[in-house]
Write a protein that binds this ligand. Sequence first.
Ligand SMILES: [Zn+2]
Ligand SMILES: [Zn+2]
Length: 234
Amino acid sequence: MGIYSRLSALIPDQSCVLCAESAKFCVCHECESSFSNHQPRCKSCAHPIGGKLDFCGQCLAHAPAFNHAYTLYDYQDAIADLIKIFKFDHRLCVGDYFSHQLYDLYQSIVSKGVEYDAIIPMPLSRSRIAERGYNQVLELLNVISKKTNIIIDTHSINRIKATQPLSTLNPEQRRQEIKGAFSVKPMPYSKVLLVDDVMTTGSSLNELASTILKNTDVKYCDVMTLARAESKFN
Ligand SMILES: [Zn+2]
Ligand SMILES: [Zn+2]
């Protein structure tokens, strides 16, 4: 028996957190192949679009403050369940799984020639961190942090306003609720990549990008998320 088979014999088979079938990682192959990633997407906000258009109607009417949004999945079905398991049950193996997927997405973005000076994870309010015990967005960046030299800046942005959950609000109410939610310190970057777990209307990421662009020397913001939720307003 070679060293690898001896090692693998010591590691018990895991089961899929979604369907309980046996799986090498925490998600089985079948569940993984059901994750949806609609193409094409709006180049600006990553909302699924049809035909040969580059941008969705929403972005053509009001371009967001960030340049491009990249995402891994559509927030629906199994992937929505998996993200809920990650966020609310705090399953480490799911965070690890997503962190690897996000690393692959990041590599594909930078391989196109975009050079970011730093990654900025969406900050949580102090009360939300106290409630959850950690910032899950930071956990999503574990693999990127280990395998690359990019700066992951967690100190330049503060969430100074505890907002109510945005999910029940319409886009205008969301904009009002999130307005003034962030404070920024000067940062020595020109291009940054903002990261969040799920983007719905994009109002939080838009406010974050707009606050950074208005108050610092940063000239360019992109956005990377795990999933893009179907916004009923788009
Ligand atoms: Zn499964
Ligand atoms: Zn769009």
